[in-house]
Design a protein around this ligand. Sequence first.
Ligand code: HEM
Length: 230
Amino acid sequence: MYPYILVSLILTLIFALCGHRAIRTHAGLFYALAAGIVLGEVVYYVCGVYEVAPQWLTEYLVNLFKRGALSTAMFVVVMYAGAMDPRRPMVRRLMGIRGQLSIVACILTLGHNIIYGRKHFVALFTNPGEMKPQTLAAALISVVMIALMIPLMVTSFQAVRGKMKARDWKKLQRLAYGFFALIYVHVMVLLVPKFSKKWVDILIYTVMFGVYLVLRGSKAWKGKTHSCAG
Ligand code: HEM
């Protein structure tokens, strides 16, 4: 058993904490790299490269991208950074690259969408009756997720953000909470029916999203009590 989300979280933290300076100064390079990875993984699956590639490569490396775990880990780090104390040096580092990291995560998510969408979106729009209920539900949820992700991604680019009023930008970025919640629902809908095989992943996702909820809730509560006191 290979817990994709745990491995992805560790890799994301190493990437973000060690590479934060490079990510800030050469963001465009990282976006291009992410787009190259998406292109590579689509070719890997669409052209059947996976059939001749060593199994370990597919299982331990390509699947991290294809299954959406690595991009989700990036969203998790972005969301946690916003829910933690910004005075902590580690959090400050992550806050400095929040926008860039979420753009990389959105680009990488496109690979997952294309690879799974080829099968499940085609079924959804042509023959939904033939789909397993959990796949149908997950595909429907992912339509909403994509609709939320695209404006979040576009407005994360500094050039677009700079043209928006700060208040409007903040309001729109609140969609991220809905997007984040739907990721959990999407994953649970797909993994719970395979509980006996996937219980470790279910546990990790539940702890990860549950702790976030507590952290974000307590930050909001503290903000409220401070503004009341002030
Ligand atoms: C829009 C953003 C999306 C995000 C952030 C996302 C995220 C995820 C994550 C985190 C997993 C679990 C990975 C793991 O730990 O094994 C997953 C699984 C899955 N997703 Fe998505 N997903 C998205 C969109 C889609 C779309 C558009 C489809 C297809 C229409 C889709 C189909 C699937 C399927 C079939 C699985 C199960 C994979 C397996 O167990 O082999 N997802 N997704």
